[in-house]
Design a protein around this ligand. Structure first.
Ligand SMILES: Cc1cc2nc3c(=O)[nH]c(=O)nc-3n(C[C@H](O)[C@H](O)[C@H](O)COP(=O)(O)OP(=O)(O)OC[C@H]3O[C@@H](n4cnc5c(N)ncnc54)[C@H](O)[C@@H]3O)c2cc1C
Length: 384
């Protein structure tokens, strides 16, 4: 059993850490406050290769393994969770094409993303179809060698900045989730409108918006795999993406822990640093222990995926544990900073707001537990 990262992974971690410390951290609070997409930071992230990390080398990308990606995601979320989300959601949208696209589709849609800074979005959620994908109302109707898409998508990360989207639409509404089909849709196709940039609690640097499809004509050749295969594509993609969300939770939790540790050692009350009060010291111990445990689950899930082993349960466990840890640790970090923790001048305030989203997106933590329960108990009627 080997717990150490390789030399290359350690270098990658250090490179990403430097990027997060020098390019993301200094402007994180400004973009959060302005609720603005950080285009300049993203240009630099593109140059380093963070936006194309999910694209295989033969199509011009950086082609990270799952473990590499988790190492990188931890550092990016340490820098700024909102910026991390834009980059991670880009990889999420690229993944269905990498996993299920033909060589032609990969050349046509992935390679251009490696030539200039550009984004992809993953369009599954709708107003009535959040956790329950069988409620998707967006339809795609065959019309000769094209499909006509009508409907809308909600809470789509990178919706307003994407060149291409993987959009899930129903080609057979009688079959619920099994009637879903995944389409690769160039975002400049006539009939697509992007809604307003949402005003969120956290991750405010990431672009989130609704997407509207009004008679959008998409070539049949843009279908991933085949009609009715969309649900499987979405589930396989999320299995692969969840460790990276967990890694984001670990990075955010670590950032909050570091702030709390620093503060507890320097803040003096009753004539002593507050870290010398055992209740605070034990809080720091619990924070660090939880972070390390979460990271091990994240690496385990990523390692299983890299070794082509089934990892639905482990991916879901890594996502639940690491994102719950992010929530718990950021709340404790605010507590350790006392009143100052509650002020925007101190970074833990943003971190606590950012932590919440990790428990909600890419399948809520309740849905992850549903996935895990199915794996350990088999199919249970009347759940989900
Ligand atoms: C900022 C942001 C970015 C996002 N980015 C994307 C994106 O890029 N692409 C995309 O497709 N989606 C995206 N989403 C959508 C996200 O994945 C959904 O919000 C999430 O899946 C939950 O759906 P919902 O919000 O409709 O909640 P609901 O499904 O309505 O759930 C509400 C509550 O009920 C619980 N619940 C629901 N069903 C069950 C059940 N069977 N058992 C137990 N509890 C249950 C949930 O856990 C939750 O607590 C994003 C969301 C946000 C907020």
């Amino acid at each position: 059993m080997e717990f150490a990262l390789t030399e290359e992974q350690l270098e990658l971690k250090e490179l990403t850490h430097q990027f997060a410390a020098n390019e993301m951290r200094p402007v994180a609070s400004e973009y959060d406050e302005k609720n603005e997409f950080p285009e300049e930071v993203m240009k630099k992230a593109f140059e380093v290769g963070f936006l194309t990390s999910g694209i295989p080398v033969e199509y011009g990308g950086t082609g990270f393994s799952n473990v590499d990606n988790c190492v990188v995601c931890e550092e990016l979320a340490w820098g700024c969770s909102g910026m991390y989300t834009s980059m991670m959601a880009n990889t999420l949208a690229i993944t269905p094409i990498v996993l299920f696209g033909t060589d032609e589709q990969k050349k046509e849609f992935l390679t251009p993303l490696t030539r200039e800074m550009s984004f992809a979005c993953f369009g599954l959620t709708e107003r009535e179809a959040g956790s329950d994908n069988s409620m998707v109302k967006t339809t795609a109707v065959k019309d000769g060698d094209h499909y006509i898409i009508n409907g809308s998508k909600t809470f789509i990360t990178n919706a307003g900045v994407s060149k291409v989207g993987v959009i899930f639409a129903s080609t057979d509404p009688t079959r619920g989730a099994r009637g879903l089909t995944a389409f690769i849709v160039p975002m400049d196709t006539p009939g697509i409108t992007v809604g307003k940039h949402e005003n969120k609690m956290g991750h405010r640097a990431s672009n989130t918006a609704e997407l509207y499809f009004d008679d959008v004509k998409v070539p049949a050749k843009n279908i991933l795999r085949r009609e009715g295969f969309g649900f499987i594509i979405a589930m396989k993609t999320l299995d692969l993406a969840r460790p990276a969300v967990g890694a984001g939770g670990v990075g955010l939790a670590r950032a909050a822990y570091e702030e709390a540790l620093k503060y507890a050692q320097t803040r003096v009350q009753f004539g002593k640093p507050i870290a010398s009060f055992q209740c605070n010291a034990f809080k720091l111990v619990d924070m660090l222990t939880e972070i390390e445990a979460a990271r091990l689950l994240v690496y385990q899930a990523a390692w299983l995926l890299d070794n082509n082993k089934k990892a639905s349960k482990e991916s879901a466990m890594a996502k639940v544990k690491a994102t719950d840890v992010a929530m718990k640790v950021t709340v404790e970090a605010v507590q350790i900073l006392g009143g100052y923790g509650y002020m925007k001048e101190y970074p833990v305030e943003k971190m606590m707001r950012d932590a919440k989203l990790f428990q909600i997106y890419e399948g809520t933590n309740e849905i992850q537990k549903h996935v895990i329960s199915l794996e350990i108990l088999g199919t249970i009627k009347n759940i989900g």
